[in-house]
Design a protein around this ligand. Sequence first.
Ligand code: Q0Z
Length: 287
Amino acid sequence: MPEAAVHLGSGKVRELYALDDQRLLLVASDRISVFDVILPTEVPDKGRVLTGLSAFWFRRTRHIVPNHLVALRGDGRSLECRRLEMLPVEVVVRGYLSGSGWKDYLHTGSVCGHALPPGLLESARLPTPIVTPATKAATGHDENIDRDTAAALVGAERWAEVEATALELYRFAAAHAGTRGIILADTKFELGVDAEGTLVLADEALTPDSSRFWPAAGYTPGGPQPSFDKQYVRDYTEGLGWDKTYPGPEVPTDVAAGTRARYVEAFELLTGVAFDTYLADPQAVLR
Ligand code: Q0Z
């Protein structure tokens, strides 16, 4: 547990602490959300998988953009990071048409001001990846905004830098994932600015909670794709006839264990590090 750390806030599945005036501690729990509802059943080691993946990507993308990672703690589930001035915009990069991007395309033919060719199928690969900004609405749900609105929120010059950085991060990570049999359909970045005014990648990066990972084997546009990590638990909870409102149902141990195995599989495919090795020495993902 964090020594003399002040609790700053809770995300759905994470906790944020202040270590001092310059440093934060991000702790990933084993909680899982399905259809935006936290389940009462935890997925063992999920927080370690997500933390290890974030740390892996921070290490591998620092040639593209500096990031907030200061240290990966020995528990494997917490990251010490630099405290930044966060940009008030979430930066989603989409290489495929899914989720709210697909919904917006169906209604308007475009996504966040990006006109797309007609006739695209759900889950189609886009001609080129697009950056689709969003803001946290009062409801707690993300609300897509267009690039002019994003530019007005952070400044036109900064927004141009953010877009270029996010696209480069996506291209790099999607290419890596592709070699491991995983499609990175889309991903959400959160960035901040340090005291020198430098753009810094923050929060979690390129995890299954901030991204859509699809198994490349069996990819079939024309409908939603199975999630690499959450599909067992989605199928199980939907099979109960649950209405997807609070509270979520308990899931059986075997469904939780199967879900854990999928998270661990994604971790091992993407990092090339055996998960047992990570548990024994989390620094293994930083080498
Ligand atoms: C991240 C969040 C969580 C609740 C603030 N490096 C940073 N500097 C300043 N602020 C943040 C970061 Cl990462 C920051 N969040 C999101 C995470 C629990 C909220 F674990 N909020």
